[in-house]
Design a protein around this ligand. Structure first.
Ligand code: MG
Length: 436
């Protein structure tokens, strides 16, 4: 009963995705999708480990990995049960540590390091419970869920009492919603057709394949050259027809005025949303863009640093879709806060995914949202990108353009040991092709 954490190990894992221009967009022309990866080990005989990671796109992954290692003293030696029984307390301890906090506060490398560790703890907790994370979260009482959330800086928009009121109706129809997810899954949209580095033929072919596979929404990267964007948007609209939703993603490329002009030029092709039109820190700018490009909706979130910025985006009606990221804010706890904020404001959550393992993680949050928080799938989709899943022990499964509910215990965050070894940077064989 007195098991303790005995190790926190980190791994710098990088995939050379830039060799094929996978993941290329207007701001990130040559990403090498990477994970600053963490494994938590205990002395329990069950042998369960907690796996988590921060996603980066290559250079700097060693900095991210070092930040995770800096959290080792907060975990190793602690009683496993004590930590896992109070993940709200552990979250506050890490995020509000006065010395670590100086590195943010609540943003950037240290916050993402906390995310990796917090998510690894949730992975371990779910494995020990024998449940996929979404079902573990869905089985928790409203009071327990509210206890996970740090309401500091939120109470002008959302109080613990309001959060409880949002969660209490979730008891009704809960089993039916779980049954629906198990039978039908959850809607996905496809980003893979629209990477900026792909030529027109590849764009058209991938659009057709996505529609044939059952996707009802795709996404195009835009923002480098307006004539190119108009041509690519026309190709995508021609191939997909009028009924498929086509979102566009500028990856923070524009100033406010440029965003407004550019989106107005694309508006005749009916973009479903415009994603990351400008700096993720510019809340007022997002509000201004949203007002001036209406009715085209604005979406953002993958680079939104924390729950406070999400609160402001919602308060100013700056976003019509909240794109939380499983590993940028401080893990499951902060994402529960963001799901609650979005529910309070009635804004659908359409999580950011792709990268390395982000689809694997974020599906659990959307499924939990459907069972216990928003209780709706209306206008809600999870991003899907079809690469690097083979490196995970419990990869996402899609059918007919929908995520199938993950069934294995845990957070689907466990990367295969062979992949960690092969893609280890800088010494793994993939980075040293001449090494026998
Ligand atoms: Mg994006």
């Amino acid at each position: 009963m007195s098991n303790r954490f005995v190790e926190l190990s980190t791994y710098d894992v990088r995939f050379p995705t830039s060799r094929q221009l996978d993941g290329s967009d207007a701001m990130n022309p040559d990403p090498d999708y990477s994970a600053a990866y963490v494994v938590l080990r205990t002395d329990a005989v069950d042998g369960h480990e907690g796996h988590g990671f921060a996603f980066t796109i290559g250079r700097g992954n060693e900095v991210q990995t070092a930040a995770i290692l800096a959290l080792r003293p907060y975990i190793v030696g602690r009683l496993v049960k004590e930590v896992l029984d109070d993940l709200g307390g552990l979250w506050r301890e890490l995020v509000h540590d006065s010395q670590l906090r100086w590195l943010g506060p609540e943003k950037g490398v240290m916050h993402m390091a906390i995310s990796a560790v917090v998510n690894a703890l949730w992975d371990l907790k779910a494995k020990r419970a024998g449940l996929p994370l979404w079902q573990l979260l869905s089985s928790m009482h409203p009071e327990e869920l509210v206890e996970l959330v740090d309401f500091r800086y939120l109470t002008d928009a959302l109080t613990p009492k309001e959060a409880l009121e949002l969660l209490r109706p979730g008891a009704e129809g809960r089993e039916e919603r779980i049954a629906t997810l198990l039978a039908e899954g959850y809607p996905a949209y496809a980003t893979s057709p629209g990477w900026l580095g792909y030529d027109d033929d590849k764009l058209a072919r991938l659009c057709r394949e996505a529609v044939d596979a059952g996707f009802t929404q795709i996404k195009l990267k835009v923002g480098a050259d307006l004539d190119d964007d108009l041509r690519r948007m026309r190709i995508a609209r021609d191939v997909c027809g009028p009924n498929v939703r086509i979102a566009v993603d500028a990856n923070q490329r524009w100033d406010v005025g440029t965003a407004v002009e550019w989106v107005r030029a694309l508006a005749p092709f009916h973009p479903w949303w415009v994603e990351e039109p400008t700096s993720p820190d510019d809340v007022v700018g997002h509000a201004e863009i949203a007002r001036r490009i209406a009715p085209v909706p604005v979406a953002t979130g993958e680079h939104v640093q924390n729950r406070v910025v999400f609160k402001q985006l919602l308060q100013l009606n700056a976003v019509s879709f909240v794109q939380l990221d499983a590993a940028r804010v401080a893990g499951v706890n902060e994402n529960v806060a963001i799901l609650l904020l979005a529910a309070k404001f009635g804004v659908p959550v359409c999580p950011h995914a792709g990268g390395v393992g982000l689809c694997e993680l974020v599906q659990h949050l959307s499924l939990f949202d459907y069972v216990a928080v928003s209780r709706s799938m209306r206008n809600r989709v999870i991003e899907y990108v079809d690469h690097l899943h083979e490196h995970f022990a419990d990869p996402v499964r899609l059918r007919g353009g929908r995520y199938l509910a993950p069934l294995a215990p845990g957070f689907s965050s466990t990367m295969r040991a062979e992949s960690i070894a092969r893609y280890a940077f800088p010494d793994g064989p993939i980075w040293n092709p001449d090494t026998p």
